[in-house]
Design a protein around this ligand. Structure first.
Ligand code: AMP
Ligand code: MN
Ligand code: MN
Length: 316
């Protein structure tokens, strides 16, 4: 059932034992919104646990109390009961093992236009919000707490990363106003930016190999990077790689195909004008108009053919 933000706030207020989760392959918004909500719920004296079923990239280790994020595989409990499971920045199909581990009604808070609210009790969706962190920022107005420096750090990290440091089309006056309030609460934009942009030497060398794989399609309107199994071993994080080909003159759609495992490949897409969320959705994924993704469960070579063909159709 779709609900308004006031009702989402009420659901949080009436629960006492709350589990917060976000999507696998977590980005700054997934991690920032989950941790911010953890700090908010602590301020409200709630019992809260945060589960993310994936590796947390080292760039986010500066966020306050990030070590409290638990990894479902390491938990000995077979089942965890709670009053509420809050799913952030995704629909429930991308939260991994947390879905079966936690037995509780689900409150889903998200900004992905493709979220249809399947299998959740309540969905607060605001596709106008630049990030889930912007929604959490708005939510605070309906909760009996004040913005703390810890909350502000987490929210700023998500807001900054989902907007490409306030460069993408999702950056709105409300986004910048929220950022200003977060800076007033103690955030240092340069500190967050430096930490988010940091790369290990190994990842930098891996990036050099990845850039050699670039190929152009459809008269240069499409550029792709191809991280097969061998190259995937060279890099820990591919964050930001796609942005390096997105900026090439004439490129409408940039994409990156990454081998995650045998017969499991991830696609990331970015566009200037074409609605890539439609392409992602046609392959079982989702996202936003200008940034979307999906998984393709075939061999790497087959996945390459599938994604190039799907992108080609959208250009017609
Ligand atoms: P990424 O390329 O991983 O940064 O993802 C771009 C956008 O698409 C993000 O907002 C993701 O949450 C979304 N997205 C990526 N993969 C999927 C997927 N398999 N299903 C739904 N949304 C996705
Ligand atoms: Mn995200
Ligand atoms: Mn997001």
């Amino acid at each position: 059932m779709k609900i308004e933000i006031e009702e989402a706030a009420k659901k949080l207020q009436s629960a006492n034992n709350i589990v917060v989760t976000a999507h696998i392959n977590p980005d700054g918004d997934a991690i920032g919104s989950s941790l911010a909500l953890m700090h908010i719920l602590h301020e409200m004296n709630k019992n809260v646990r945060v589960f993310i079923d994936d590796v947390i990239p080292p760039n986010f280790l500066i966020l306050p109390q990030i070590n409290e994020i638990e990894h479902p595989v390491e938990l000995t409990e077979k089942e965890i009961s709670a009053d509420l499971l809050v799913v952030l920045d995704t629909q429930t199909d991308r939260i991994g093992r947390t879905l079966n581990l936690v037995k509780a009604p689900i409150l889903n808070i998200d900004h992905h236009v493709t979220n249809e609210g399947n299998n959740v009790d309540w969905l607060y969706l605001n596709a106008e919000a630049a990030a889930t962190c912007e929604i959490i920022f708005d939510l605070i107005k309906f909760l009996p707490i004040n913005l703390t420096e810890n909350i502000a750090h987490c929210l700023y990290a998500g807001l900054a990363t989902d907007t490409g440091f306030f460069n993408y089309a999702n950056t709105k006056p409300s986004t910048l106003r929220a950022a200003a309030v977060l800076i007033e609460a103690g955030v240092k934009p340069n500190v967050i930016a430096e930490e988010m942009e940091r790369k290990s030497l190994a990842d930098f060398k891996g990036l050099c190999e990845v850039l050699k794989t670039v190929e152009f399609f459809y008269d240069g309107k499409v550029a792709g990077l191809f991280i097969n199994e061998a190259i995937a071993h060279l890099v820990d994080s591919t964050e930001g790689f796609i942005d390096l080909i997105r900026v090439i003159d004439g490129v409408e759609i940039a994409f990156m195909l990454t081998c995650k495992d045998k017969n499991l490949n991830r696609v990331s897409m970015r566009s200037r004008t074409v609605d890539v969320s439609k392409i992602a959705r046609s392959l079982g994924g989702g996202g936003h108009i200008r940034a979307a993704g999906c998984s393709i469960n075939t061999s790497f070579d087959e996945a390459k053919k599938i994604i190039i063909e799907a992108i080609g159709k959208s250009l017609k």
